[in-house]
Unconditional design. Structure first.
Length: 230
């Protein structure tokens, strides 16, 4: 009887140890799963972010251009030859090497109202149909109009991606501050200066006033983003 009692105690101890090990292993597995899920989630967010970054070839720093894998020679040529007054000028510099992949990373935005329909197909992911839709709704008066019209065909994320590649020129005397700040490389300070000198009577006046704040190259770039009603 005493032997039987001892056997029961031993079995109870063994059971307790096994349960403890099982719980410990379960906790470790749960922890590993949590880490794996966290890493996967972070990876997806980083990937999505990277695909949305498109450098403006006229505004990117030397470090920016180095960071997308361009050769030192190409970086030097870009810095020396800019501003590119059209994407066609930049395209001619690049040559024929894997342009679609490069243009996912760096571009010179197209003027939506003047770019040839065929040229819109330089934008990664834009084929014949979408290039036609870009041209179909001219003249664009604002980026908001572009979002509304092209949003009929693609989702918001895709419209947002397209906006890296295009701009709508603004009328100097009537454009809203929001429309001015939607121009490539125009922030709060420069938008304020654009408005400060209204009304403009000529583009020469624009060059004179805005030329107080930027050099000749930047002035040439900004000039292609604006116009005056005749």
């Amino acid at each position: 009887m005493r032997k039987f009692g001892k056997l029961i105690v031993v079995l109870a101890l063994v059971g307790t140890v096994m349960v403890s090990c099982k719980e410990s292993k379960g906790k470790d597995t749960s922890k590993e799963t949590t880490v794996e899920e966290s890493d996967t989630s972070t990876g997806k967010k980083a990937e999505n972010l990277d695909t949305k970054v498109v450098l403006n070839a006229n505004l990117a720093t030397e470090a920016d251009l180095d960071g997308i894998g361009l050769s030192k020679e190409m970086v030097a040529q870009i810095l020396d030859q800019r501003p590119f007054l059209s994407m066609n000028d930049f395209d001619a510099l690049v040559g024929d090497d894997n342009k679609e992949e490069l243009y996912k990373k760096v571009f010179v935005p197209f003027n939506l109202n003047t770019t040839a329909e065929a040229d819109f197909k330089m934008i990664p992911g834009v084929g014949d149909r979408m290039a036609h839709e870009f041209e179909e709704y001219r003249p664009y008066t604002s980026v908001l109009q572009f979002r509304r019209e092209i949003g009929k065909y693609v989702d918001e994320d895709e419209v947002s991606r397209y906006e890296n590649y295009v701009f709508v020129p603004v009328e100097l005397n009537s454009a809203t501050e929001e429309d001015i700040k939607a121009l490539p490389g125009v922030g709060n300070r420069m938008a304020h200066e654009f408005e400060e000198y209204r009304p403009y009577t000529s583009m020469e006046q624009f060059r004179k006033e805005i030329g107080k704040y930027v050099d000749d190259k930047e002035l040439a770039r900004l000039e292609r983003l604006v116009y005056l009603k005749e």
